[in-house]
Design a protein around this ligand. Structure first.
Ligand SMILES: [Zn+2]
Length: 86
């Protein structure tokens, strides 16, 4: 996953790794929060059609972090309820 520090575009037009073409995508992005891997759906980003590297703008990366933290929080609360530790 690559975060692109550009304000005028969400991601570059070519992959920085392999030079492949980037396609826009809103597929769920995986993000690890304190050892918990969460999937955050609905964030627009670029994906290399050749190697699959994901490109995020700074703004989207920030949203990904916040959403992932929120979702991970919910996971924690739910698993504690499932253990019945009330
Ligand atoms: Zn690539």
């Amino acid at each position: 996953m690559t975060v692109v520090d550009r304000s005028h575009t969400a991601y570059p037009s070519a992959c920085g790794r392999c030079g492949g073409e980037l396609a826009p995508s809103c597929d769920p992005l995986e993000f690890e929060v304190e050892g918990t891997l969460v999937e955050v759906p609905g964030l627009e980003h670029g994906v290399c059609t050749r190697c699959g590297e994901e490109y995020l703008s700074l703004e989207v990366a920030g949203r990904l972090q916040r959403e992932a933290a929120r979702l991970a929080d919910r996971e924690c609360i739910r698993s504690e309820r499932e253990r019945g530790s009330s």
